[in-house]
Design a binder for this molecule. Structure first.
Ligand SMILES: *Cc1c(COP(=O)(O)O)cnc(C)c1O
Length: 403
């Protein structure tokens, strides 16, 4: 029952480093798109652990597969062959049309490898000071290099000096990209999210993606795409750039790939597949048997259950309702996104909605200060989506009615 008021537990972790502004609840378990906190209150999950829990919680086919793997081997290390790596790589190659995969454990790690690949691509052709084009409002992670590639001064503040070698440009402006790189022989790559997640659900337009693809081919630059949030079926295609019919040279994946088990991957096309040689890169946990099993089973279940189509259709339904109910509201600036990656930009900062939604039994996030972000598990049913909208819409209207 939802009767008990949520208990504030934020002060109960005096030994955990204070790095997050947390919602004052703790989740204990979940089933499908529903989760329960330690006080027994239930919530509809419209966040999926930030686009991670692709298959929701306690999935009836994923969990037994993981249990089976736990009894066999969890970790073996990369001194040895890991058959699951070849299995998952084969699948990712098939789905992406690319050719080789490196496995790691997180999004920033995947992006860090992308940056190293791009730099070595340059060094291999004699460029001593390779430069990589990145974007305003981008988010690529919190390591020093990926933070340097990130376009958010608030996140960078206090951690300088940033890593050099980045050129920053605005989104969806091919002339600005040409101008920023004009006559510069040191450019080696262009790196962006197809739909910026943390930056506020900002999509790259299809024509822009095709123009960048063309420019990269023409100038012999690597086209590198961070699909950590927008990939893995979230937009209704395996990878969001596929909506534009383009293929990158390098792609970073993580978040939804293991349905909750930490995993990251760098997928490379022929132009980037042989840049790393033995000794160039590695990571202890990367490609471990448990994570590989999670990835293989996640992809298998997604295919068996037609979750790509489902995400596209359900996303269109949610968008239609949002457009109808909020589209002409003066306090709503824009509704954006694709599939089940949806942003509602309000005319004022709306971080307060996170706790209000939790109180009402709905888990959402707010990003870029004023963008409500919906990233539900891809298994969400239409009835659950309507329940999500039924909880969210009155909260938004109420919030916008306040001075
Ligand atoms: C979350 C995210 C990252 C960072 O992933 P971590 O696993 O938190 O390191 C990088 N890029 C994008 C687009 C993301 O959404």
């Amino acid at each position: 029952m939802n009767a008990a008021a949520p208990q504030l537990i934020e002060a109960s972790s005096p030994h955990v480093m204070n790095t997050y502004g947390r919602v004052p609840i703790a989740l204990s378990h979940g089933q499908g798109c529903r989760v329960w906190d330690i006080n027994g209150k239930s919530y509809l999950d419209a966040l999926a652990g930030i686009a991670v829990n692709t298959l929701g919680h306690n999935h009836p086919r994923l969990v037994p597969a993981l249990q089976d793997q736990l009894t066999k081997i969890i970790h073996s290390c990369n001194y040895y062959h890991v058959p699951g790596q070849e299995q998952l790589a084969t699948k990712l190659v098939e789905l992406s049309g690319m050719s080789n995969v490196f496995f790691c454990s997180t999004g920033l790690e995947a992006n860090e490898a992308v940056l190293k690949l791009a730099r070595k691509f340059g060094h291999d052709k004699g460029i001593e000071n390779p430069q990589i084009v990145v974007y305003e409002r981008a988010f690529h992670g919190r390591s020093i290099a990926t933070l340097s590639a990130t376009g958010n001064e608030k996140l960078q503040k206090g951690f300088g000096p940033m890593v050099p070698g980045f050129i920053r440009v605005p989104l969806n402006d091919i002339e600005a990209l040409k101008k920023a790189t004009a006559g510069n022989p040191n450019v080696v790559a262009v790196f962006f999210e197809t739909i910026q997640g943390e930056g506020g659900i900002n999509p790259m337009r299809a024509e822009y993606l095709r123009a960048v693809r063309e420019l990269c081919t023409e100038r012999d630059w690597l086209l590198c795409i961070d699909e950590v949030q927008s990939g893995m079926g979230r937009t209704g295609k395996w990878f969001a750039h596929q909506w534009a019919g383009i293929k990158p040279d390098v792609m970073a994946l993580a978040k939804g790939l293991g349905s909750g088990v930490p995993i990251g991957a760098v997928v490379a096309g022929p132009k980037a597949a042989n840049i790393f040689q033995p000794g160039n890169h590695g990571t202890t946990f990367g490609g471990n048997p448990l994570a590989m099993r999670a990835g293989v089973e996640t992809l298998r279940i997604m295919e068996e259950d037609g979750l790509l189509d489902h995400a596209a259709k359900l996303g269109a339904h949610v968008r239609a309702v949002l457009d109808r109910e909020l589209g002409s509201h003066p306090g709503v600036k824009d509704i954006r996104g694709q599939g089940l990656m949806i942003g509602i930009e309000l005319s004022k900062p709306c971080g307060a909605l996170i706790n209000r939604a939790a109180e009402a039994g709905l888990l959402i996030s707010v990003t870029a200060d004023s963008v409500i972000r919906l990233l539900p598990p891809l298994i969400m049913t239409q009835a659950e989506a309507d329940e999500m909208l039924g909880l969210l819409l009155p909260l938004v209207r109420q919030f916008l009615a306040e001075a």
